[in-house]
Design a protein around this ligand. Structure first.
Ligand code: 9MR
Length: 371
């Protein structure tokens, strides 16, 4: 009898713990505020990183593919599309009832070489490039019509000083390549949300140009629903005030803000917060100080920084559509290799043992505080 009662109590305790776990998930906590998402790597999409997948399904309400929907993977040769990984990614999101994001249609990086050149290796004409963009966007967006709910239509086209990046898209089509991309996406899926996504998008001159692009497209009847503020940030930069001002400014221009690609590096970063993949820096041991774990004081600083950001997101929840982490565990983060290769960073919410860091519970608690 006694044993049965003890066993019964144990079962109760276990199920309570499980209930509390779901009760306390990030997605539950943010349910009435905004989507809370993560990027997914290939092992997660393919189901071989089982532990991460468990975290993803229990904690997040939105997903974005970290790499497999970039044009070099989707259309490695002209007209030859490869959709296996992207299909699996979308199926994962549907199975788990998630808000699925496509990343990214038009980007100067991770782009197949053929995109801009003719058979002699010369730049294609504006007409040919438009046709290629249209075909790529139309094929990809139509395939996932009604299933992928939002697209990063154009990625990283503006520099910190507000000028246009001198990419091949710009060289061949000028500023018009951005509205064209949005127009093609809108035609392919009139109901999908369409976003412009970029890093360092709090630099004042960059904010100005992005807002001009938004206003210009809106005035021409070309739909743009949101600006994705990539949030690859460090302990000191950017200042919260400048980041907040950008949120407010974008919202005033009539678009939602997506906090995208979020992680907070705990490592020294005298180079600022560029996420331009070609901006690499040579390895120096002093730039990799925490190979055996984060010291308590840095951990605290890092945690406070996350809490500051999330307080800000909650303050502006009416302007924010989604907050998406750039990965699940520290182990998988691209920050271990950027801008310096081979460092040990601690930027994400789950540690190398797939355990939620204490900050997760603290973030959840923030949602329960009175504003
Ligand atoms: O996290 C991605 C990494 O695995 C890739 O090697 C890299 C290649 O460009 O792209 C990373 O993701 C980038 C994202 O697609 C766009 N913004 C910057 C991100 C970090 O470079």
């Amino acid at each position: 009898m006694k044993r049965i009662i003890v066993l019964g109590l144990m079962t109760l305790a276990v199920s309570n713990a499980a209930a509390q776990k779901t009760e306390n998930s990030l997605k539950k906590a943010f349910k009435d505020k905004f989507y809370i998402g993560t990027a997914m790597s290939l092992p997660q999409i393919n189901g071989t990183d089982v532990k991460s997948d468990q975290i993803i399904t229990s904690q997040f309400s939105s997903i974005v593919a970290e790499n497999c929907m970039k044009s070099m993977f989707l259309q490695p040769q002209e007209g030859k599309f490869f959709f296996d990984d992207a299909d699996r990614f979308v199926a994962f999101g549907e199975k788990n009832n998630m808000f699925i994001i496509g990343h990214t249609l038009i980007w100067h990086s991770q782009l197949p070489k053929w995109f801009f050149v003719d058979k002699d290796g010369k730049n294609v004409s504006a007409e040919v490039l438009k046709q290629r963009m249209k075909n790529h966007i139309n094929t990809v967006v139509s395939r996932y019509k009604g299933r992928v709910k939002g697209w990063d239509v154009v990625n990283e086209a503006i520099m910190e000083d507000g000028t246009y990046r001198k990419s091949k898209f710009y060289e061949i089509l000028g500023e018009e390549f951005i509205p064209l991309a949005f127009q093609y996406a809108q035609e392919a899926d009139p109901n999908a949300e369409l976003y412009y996504n970029d890093y360092n998008e709090w630099f004042p001159e960059k904010v100005k140009t992005v807002i001009n692009i938004v206003k210009n497209m809106k005035s021409r009847g070309i739909r743009v629903d949101g600006v994705g503020m990539q949030t690859h940030v460090g302990l000191d930069t950017p200042k919260l005030e400048e980041y907040e001002k950008a949120i407010v400014d974008y919202a005033s221009a009539g678009v939602k803000v997506n906090v995208t690609e979020m992680e907070i590096s705990a490592l020294p970063s005298p180079w600022g917060t560029s996420a331009n993949v070609s901006d690499t820096v040579e390895y120096q041991a002093k730039m990799n100080p925490y190979t055996k774990g984060l010291p308590q004081n840095v951990q605290k600083e890092w945690e406070n920084r996350y809490l500051d950001f999330f307080r800000l997101f909650i303050k502006h929840e009416d302007k924010i559509r989604r907050v998406t982490m750039w990965g699940v565990t520290d182990n998988q983060s691209w920050k271990n290799d950027f801008p310096v290769k081979g460092r040990t960073d601690y930027p994400l919410l789950f540690d190398r043992n797939f355990k939620a860091k204490p900050v997760v519970e603290k973030i959840i608690q923030l949602t329960k505080e009175k504003k």
